[in-house]
Design a protein around this ligand. Sequence first.
Ligand SMILES: Cc1cc2nc3c(=O)[nH]c(=O)nc-3n(C[C@H](O)[C@H](O)[C@H](O)COP(=O)(O)OP(=O)(O)OC[C@H]3O[C@@H](n4cnc5c(N)ncnc54)[C@H](O)[C@@H]3O)c2cc1C
Length: 476
Amino acid sequence: MQVHLVHSGDHLLPSLNRKLGEYGAQTLKERGLKLVLNQRVKSITANRVYLESGSIIETNTVISTVGNAPHPLVTALGAECAFEMRKGCIVTESTGQVKGQTHLWAMGDCAAFPAVAGGDCPNTAQFAFRQGALVGRNIARTMRQQKPRPIRFKGLGEIASIGHHVAVADILGVQFSGFFAWWLWRSVYLLKLPRFDRKIRVMLDWTLDLFFPRDLNHLSPRFSKSVNESHLESGDRLFHKGEPAFSFYIVKSGALEILDGDEIIQRITAGGYFGEQALLEGGIGSYDARAIEPTDLASVPASIFHQLARGGGSLGHFFQKSAAKYQSQEIVEAIGRKIDPNVAAQPISLFMERKLHTLSPGMMIRETLQVIRDHPRSSYPVVGAGEKLLGLMRREDFYEFLKRPDTRAETPMANMTFTSVPAVSADTTVGDVMKCFIRSGSNKVLVVDGDNRLQGIATVMDLFTAGTGGAGQNKQ
Ligand SMILES: Cc1cc2nc3c(=O)[nH]c(=O)nc-3n(C[C@H](O)[C@H](O)[C@H](O)COP(=O)(O)OP(=O)(O)OC[C@H]3O[C@@H](n4cnc5c(N)ncnc54)[C@H](O)[C@@H]3O)c2cc1C
C-alpha cells in the first residue's frame, strides 16, 4: 500500500510557518508517505487521479481534504443586497458591521473580518468565538448610542496534529513540535468540549487510547435509496404552501389535488408527477398537495432531481416546460384580461364542440382503431354507462398501449389507464375556463352536467380565438 499526499503549496501546513511545515513533511516522509508538492489535482476517476502537470496516480481510494467554501446562502444574500464580498464572504468593518451598513453585522466563517495585523482573520473557531462576543457587545453599545469597538484579538497560535501522537504548534510566537505539542492540542479540544461529564468521558477514552491499539470496526453502511416510497391516506397533506420543497413526486396509485387555498389547480392521478416547479423555482412550494384517495408515491430527493434537470439536454427542458404550467394568480389574471370581457362572461356551452367521438371501456382495441381511422383526433373522451365521463384517451398513450406484449385486437379498452382532464359545467364562463386551462396546464376541458354526463369539449385554441376577436365561432 502506498499513500500519496498531493498539496498545491511548496510546503505543508501553510497557516503555520515554513519550519513547522517542513518538520511535518519530514515526519510524514519517514513514515513512508509520498509527498507531491506544488501540484493540483485536475480530476479523479474510479481508478486514477490526474494531476495538472499531466502525471497520473493509479488508485482506488481518494480522500479529499480540500478546503470548504462559504455557504451558498451567504454568497447569494451578499449578491442580492449588493454587499461588498471577498471570496464569497461578506466584508465587514473591524467592528463587525457589514461594510457600508450600521445595523447589519456579520462574523465567523461568513465574514471577511479585518485582522489586526492586516488582511482578514482566518476562518477558525478561535476568531469566530471572539468575533461573536465582540459583535454582541457592539450591538449593545450601538443601542446605547455608543461607538462600536474594533477587534483586538490577534490569535493565540495554531496547532496541527500530524498523527502518531505528534503535533506541530506555534503558540504566541513560540514554535515546538512532538508529543508535548500533541498533548496540548488534545487538551485545548478537551477544554472546549461542553459539559463536565463529557470532558471526563472523552479524557478517559483518549487516555486509554495511549495504551491500547486502534479500535477498528467494520461498518456496513446502508446507503440511502435514491427513490423513496410513501403512502398517504385520503385527506392527508403531503406539503403546504410556503414549505421548503424536498422532493419530486410520481404518483404510483391513487390521486392527489394541487391546491391554491381552496382552488384546485390540478388533479394528479396514477402515472402523473408534480413538485418540479417548486424545486426549479426557488425551492419553496407555491401550493398545497392533498391526497383525495389512498395514494402511493415515489419521491426523488431534490439533489437527484437537480442532477437530472440540470444535466442539460431534453430532460432539463422537459421539466422546465412542465414547471411553467403552474402559473401564479397574477399571471392567470393578466392572460384573462386579454379576453374580450363580453366573451369572457358568456357560458362555455356557447363555444363547446358537441359532436363528439367517444370511446368506452367495453370497446375492443380493434373497434377503437376503427374510430381513430374514421375520425382522426389527438384525444377521445371515454364514457361509461349512462354517458358518464371516465377520462380522456390520448392517441399517443393508445399507441404505447398497443406496444405492450399482452395487448391483442380483442383486448378491452378497460385495460388502459385514461388521462384525467379538467371537467367543468356547461354554465362555467369562458373567463373561468381560460383560467382553468392556464392553471391545469391542459389544453382542453370536458363539459359535463350535474351527473357527470359528457356534454361537450372545449379547446384553448377555440376560446382564445373567440375571446380575442378572432375567427372563433359560436357553436350553439
Ligand atoms: C473539518 C473542520 C475542522 C476544523 N478545525 C478547526 C480547528 O482545529 N481549529 C479551529 O479554530 N477551527 C477549525 N475549523 C474552523 C471552525 O470550525 C469554524 O471557523 C467555526 O466553526 C466558524 O464558526 P461560525 O459560528 O462562523 O460557523 P459554524 O460553527 O459553522 O456555525 C454556523 C451554524 O449555522 C447553522 N446554519 C447553517 N445554515 C443555516 C440556516 N440556513 N439556518 C439556520 N442555521 C443554519 C449551522 O448548522 C451551524 O450550526 C474547522 C472547520 C472544519 C470544517
